[in-house]
Design a protein around this ligand. Structure first.
Ligand code: ADP
Ligand code: MG
Length: 709
């Protein structure tokens, strides 16, 4: 109730009011327009119809077909309320060729009056045949006569407070007032197959009011030239905006960190117990080239789970410290940060590097000591969680910020890290195991350089994935016993139940109890009884760490956990991953979880336990996700399918970038338009920066403002 009241109260929207007319409160329809982001004339002009209605002609009943949507005109010969079953208004119309029965279950007395016997009516609706002759349910009716429009009638996407006729009028006004002049200079050419005659103005005018002879199929599948033009416009604006932010970044200055031939990086490479893969070497080179430039790096390092991103991060940190600067490495969870810390200390302290550790749960004294090391510059590398970007943290000279599993950090946090270095901008390296499909990389991430590790370290055995119904749970538990007897370790992941963190816990706790009991007589290869541990997000950090360390040292056989282990954990001896209620997880999440096994030489498996609950079978998308998991281990293929299943909106959701999503272009089908926009944008920006600016504003101006608000 309170909510409904608030939205009706005009003072809630006071700031918007002030900018327009201070004294007149906005009508609900006006407010709804703003809510839809329809502020400027151009926004209205770009608000395109969902579908169309044909009011351009009158169909004779004798020539109509069953199921057809038609408009008829004729005289009312009968108008009465009938009580057969449900109370209804029945109106018979005779158009001279045949009669049609109009039926209304809800109606006003005024409507009944307007359809009195003898009046001439124009009615529009779907024709049904039957033994009573033609009928129409709840047709749109108005008085007969009046001019027939010469274009199809648009039906716009709208909300409850915004009636279609009001919106139509607003759009028509916006369309007539908006400046729709073409900004495209001839130098950028045209996308293939598109004629200059379809300019922006012609295209928009057509799409709002198409002539009745148009192929509706072409309008529906957006292959009509007018649609092509709009999509090309939008993609061009998006490319320009990304180019502009890249240019803005290129104006910034960062410390140059040239690679030293005999430096820390070379020493670490020598000390590592393994050889880098070709892919690792290649991405290290790409990063080194960026770091040697005085422009801040803005690079995404993508590589499937287990592809070895951490060592690349360590080698990049070495390059930074070689040049006398500090490096920060941030991870999204304390467990992950802790694991990085241990690994990096193991690699770097023998080389004489001091690694500092920062986290929220730290004791005051330790924290103060760490802050001192960071401020004085004694610590060359700082590893931690979000604590690294807190205000009290003063770096002596931060030059490289590395963010692991970047999708977990919001933009604000990334910016805060950037601001940690006085004067010069630090270089930024973001790492992710969720690769960005190519089309997204070319559009939404065009301002980002991407390095890809497309090869796993040698000696990994592929993971066999099985999708198993919950009813066969006992077989899975037997399999766990066999794994433990062979000295292997097992993860068992319980799902996050969004509505209730408590339920989430009950589930994990119950499973923990169940497995503890089922495995109580099982002994590990070393003769010790099998230990089953529990890890969940509500546990105190110290306890979490204790459990994690028992597991990573091999003393614990089974780790039951909620999704806290999702990212990054590295225990090569673990060879079986069981995911309970796998149907509740997203695809890339499942893939990340699966990546926790298959890190050693032993054959590994992933069991996706699913339950259909009360339903007879799994929902469509859940089935697709599990199928994809069973069919491929390739992170890129998984990401591509994830994009197919979820669409870019949700896929990008985690990016929290405030970027306006593409409204019209579809990256899956409009690849030729995207390719054109990618070539056209740099030309336009270089030669006509003013037009480029106008193009971006026209398309993205209101949207970004809208999202910021
Ligand atoms: P991710 O890319 O998922 O972060 P990690 O950096 O955790 O992967 O690496 C996974 C495991 O592979 C670690 O144990 C790491 O030490 C090991 N590793 C990394 N690179 C190589 C390599 N070139 N050869 C062998 N093992 C490697
Ligand atoms: Mg990692």
């Amino acid at each position: 109730m309170a909510k409904a009241k608030a939205s009706l109260n005009p003072t809630v929207d006071a700031p918007v009011n002030k900018t327009s007319k201070p004294n007149k409160p906005m009508s609900p329809a006006q407010q709804a327009l703003l809510k839809l982001g329809l502020r400027r004339d151009i926004d209205l002009a770009l608000h395109l119809p969902l579908r169309y209605e044909d009011e351009t002609r009158i169909t004779l009943l004798s020539q109509a077909r069953e199921g057809e949507s038609v408009q008829i005109e004729g005289e009312v010969t009968r108008c009465e309320i009938a009580y057969g079953g449900r109370r209804q208004l029945q109106v018979t119309v005779d158009d001279g060729s045949d009669t049609c029965l109009l039926r209304f279950f809800s109606f006003y007395p005024s409507q009944q009056k307007a359809m009195a016997v003898g009046t001439r009516l124009r009615a529009r609706g779907e024709l049904k045949g039957g033994f009573m002759g033609w009928t129409m349910m709840h047709p749109h009716c108005k008085a007969a006569g009046g001019e027939l429009p010469n274009a199809l009638t648009p039906v716009y996407p709208t909300v409850a407070q915004l009636p279609q006729p009001y919106l139509r009028k607003a759009v028509t006004t916006g369309l007539s007032r908006a400046d729709l002049g073409d900004f495209w200079p001839p130098e950028i050419g045209m996308p293939m197959g598109l004629k200059p005659a379809w300019g922006l103005k012609a295209s928009l005018t057509f799409l709002h009011h198409p002539t009745p002879d148009v192929s509706l199929a072409q309008l529906e599948d957006h292959s009509h030239p007018a649609w092509q033009r709009l999509k090309a416009e939008e993609l061009l604006a998006q490319q320009l905006s990304q180019l502009k932010s890249r240019q803005a970044r290129d104006q910034l200055r960062a410390p140059t960190l040239p690679l030293q031939s005999q430096g820390l990086q070379a020493q670490l490479l020598k000390a590592l117990p393994f050889q880098l893969t070709h892919a690792q070497t290649r991405v290290c080179d790409e990063i080194a080239q960026d770091l040697a430039k005085p422009v801040p790096m803005h690079r995404l390092l993508q590589g499937d789970v287990g592809s070895g991103k951490t060592v690349v991060a360590a080698l990049s940190a070495c390059a930074c410290m070689d040049a006398g600067y500090q490096c920060a490495l941030m991870a999204p969870t304390e467990i992950l940060a802790d694991q990085h810390f241990r690994k990096l200390v193991g690699w770097l302290e023998p080389l004489g590097i001091r690694v500092a550790w920062l986290t929220g749960s730290q004791k005051k004294k330790e924290r103060a000591e760490m802050l001192g090391l960071i401020e004085s510059g004694q610590a060359g590398l700082v590893v931690g969680t979000h604590a690294v970007i807190q205000d009290q943290v003063q770096f002596k000279n931060l030059a490289l910020a590395i963010i692991d599993e970047q999708h977990r950090f919001g933009v604000a946090q990334r910016l805060a890290l950037r601001n940690k270095s006085a004067g010069l901008e630090p270089h930024l390296l973001m790492m992710t195991a969720t690769p960005i499909p190519r089309t997204l990389a070319m559009s939404y991430y065009a301002d980002l350089d991407v390095s890809t590790i497309d090869e796993l370290p040698p000696g990994r055995s592929p993971i066999v994935t099985k999708v198993v119904h919950e009813g066969r749970r006992h077989e899975v538990i037997e399999r766990i016993q066999a794994q433990i007897a062979q000295g292997r370790q097992v993860y068992w992941v319980c799902p996050l139940i969004e509505e209730s963190e408590a339920l989430d816990l009950t589930n994990a706790t119950a499973t923990h109890a169940e497995l503890s009991e089922a495995l109580q007589h099982v002994t590990q290869a070393n003769g010790q009884p099998a230990l089953v541990g529990l890890l969940h997000s509500r546990m105190p950090v110290a306890e979490k760490k204790a459990v994690m360390s028992l597991f990573s040292q091999g003393q614990m056989s089974v780790l039951v956990s909620t999704t806290v282990i999702e990212v990054g954990v590295d225990v090569p001896n673990a060879s079986l991953m069981v995911i309970e209620h796998a149907e509740r997880f997203g695809l890339s999440q499942l893939h990340q979880l699966r990546g926790r096994v298959g890190r050693g030489a032993a054959a590994s498996a992933c069991v996706l336990l699913y339950s259909t609950g009360d339903a007879p079978r799994l929902g469509e998308t859940a089935r697709e996700r599990l199928k994809a998991m069973a069919e491929t281990n390739d992170g890129f293929e998984i990401a591509r399918r994830d994009l197919d299943i979820r669409g870019p909106g949700e896929f990008l959701g985690a990016r929290q970038s405030g970027d306006a999503l593409l409204r019209f272009a579809d990256l899956a089908t409009d690849t030729h338009l995207l390719a054109w926009a990618r070539e056209a944008a740099p030309v336009m920006l270089a030669r006509y920066p003013h037009l480029a600016e106008m193009q971006v504003n026209r398309w993205l101006g209101a949207k970004s403002e809208f999202l910021k608000a």
